[in-house]
Design a protein around this ligand. Structure first.
Ligand code: ADP
Ligand code: MG
Length: 347
């Protein structure tokens, strides 16, 4: 924080003043956004397509900690995690609405920062902010975002479309966001106990994975360009294990993942080691990577093979084979969806 940041109480603006301030910063870009902020509801033209709607809520103290996440990053992330869900349907996000619960602890400048982050994400992904709701909160900051997207009906990809022997493919690398969180929590604890300034240098990649994730719009475009149509897809918010099991259960199949295939960035790997954690476990069960996990027909293998953004980590099996993790020695273990919650309890 700079020396004396100006502080304007929310009460000085009032709810309508605040909404006007937000509205004045919003510019609509999408032809499908017929009406944005300013009436009782937004109006969207589906343009003959199917609309995709998804909502995610972020609660202070549960999903984020303002002790280490800036409001700008938080705003960015809050939008991105919703867009990720739209991409996971193989749809194009077009609009978002934002419901805010604000305590009077936050000045107008804090809301400005939050919207700066949200509007930057909207700009980067070509999405319009078309409405929302503003309420006071007694339990910290609450951010509920709804994203609306569109797709040709035949383009939509669901979790339940995987077929036996389809290959299981993941974009990017995994476990980074979880390790970023571990670093932030460690530094916060050190700061609380000793007042020492956080030591974050060298951890830029995993911190960015945690604080300012991106949705894989580029992977959707890449698959389209390669003419590969996933048979099923999901975004990775709770860890590879949990999402792979979601696809298997929805599709009425089993799944097999090979430990040694899981893509882990060297920075993630090293930090996990430094924390005495198994990097593979972090990739399987750490959350918030927002990569895409999808299945493709074996016939499409040649097209994805060798692409640095895509890794085949396993395949779908028959239902009776269950959910398996194959270790480097070839031993089989039951794949379990520990997910994010279990991790939180442990730490
Ligand atoms: P109503 O009382 O009819 O729900 P509001 O006063 O809540 O109307 O909202 C007025 C307009 O401002 C609507 O277009 C709504 O979508 C928009 N709006 C309200 N709060 C926000 C917000 N936090 N961010 C963006 N738009 C908002
Ligand atoms: Mg309202």
């Amino acid at each position: 924080m700079s020396d004396t940041p100006s502080r304007t109480e929310l009460s000085a603006l009032g709810e309508f003043g605040l909404i006007e301030r937000i509205a004045s910063r919003v510019q609509l870009q999408q032809p499908s956004s017929v009406k944005g902020i300013g009436d009782d509801a937004a109006v969207i033209d589906p343009q003959g397509l199917h609309q995709v709607v998804t909502t995610d809520m972020l609660l202070e103290g549960v999903h984020f900690d303002l002790g280490y996440a800036s409001l700008r990053h938080l705003g960015y992330k809050a939008v991105v995690v919703n867009l990720s869900d739209v991409y996971a349907m193989n749809a194009e996000p077009r609009q978002v609405t934002v419901a805010l619960g604000l305590s009077n602890r936050f000045p107008v400048e804090a809301v400005d920062e939050l919207y700066e982050g949200m509007l930057l994400a909207c700009k980067n992904y070509g999405v319009d902010l078309v409405g929302g709701d503003t309420s006071s909160s007694r339990s910290g900051l609450v951010i509920g975002i709804t994203a609306i997207g569109a797709a040709k009906p035949g383009d939509l990809v669901f979790r339940n479309g995987a077929k036996e022997n389809d290959l299981l493919v993941v974009s990017g690398d995994l476990g980074g966001a979880y390790m970023g969180l571990q670093v932030l929590e460690r530094e916060k604890a050190v700061f609380t106990q000793t007042g020492a300034q956080p030591e974050l240098t060298g951890h830029e990649y995993i911190l960015e994975r945690q604080l300012k994730p991106e949705a894989r719009q580029d992977i959707i475009a890449l698959l389209r360009k390669m003419e590969v149509r996933p048979t099923s897809m999901i975004d990775i918010s709770d860890g590879l294990a949990s999402e792979a099991i979601h696809i298997a259960l929805s599709s009425g199949l089993g799944v097999k993942i090979y430990d040694e295939k899981i893509p882990i960035d060297p920075a993630t790997y090293q930090t996990a080691r430094d924390f005495n954690l198994d990097p593979t476990t972090c990739a399987l069960n750490g959350g918030e990577d927002y990569e895409l996990l999808f299945t493709i027909a074996q016939a499409d293998y040649e097209r994805v093979k060798g692409n640095p953004s895509l890794t085949v980590v396993g395949h779908m099996t028959d239902k009776a084979s269950g959910h398996q993790l194959v270790d480097k020695q070839g031993g089989q273990h039951e794949l379990r969806a520990q997910g994010w919650d279990a991790f939180l309890k442990k730490s």
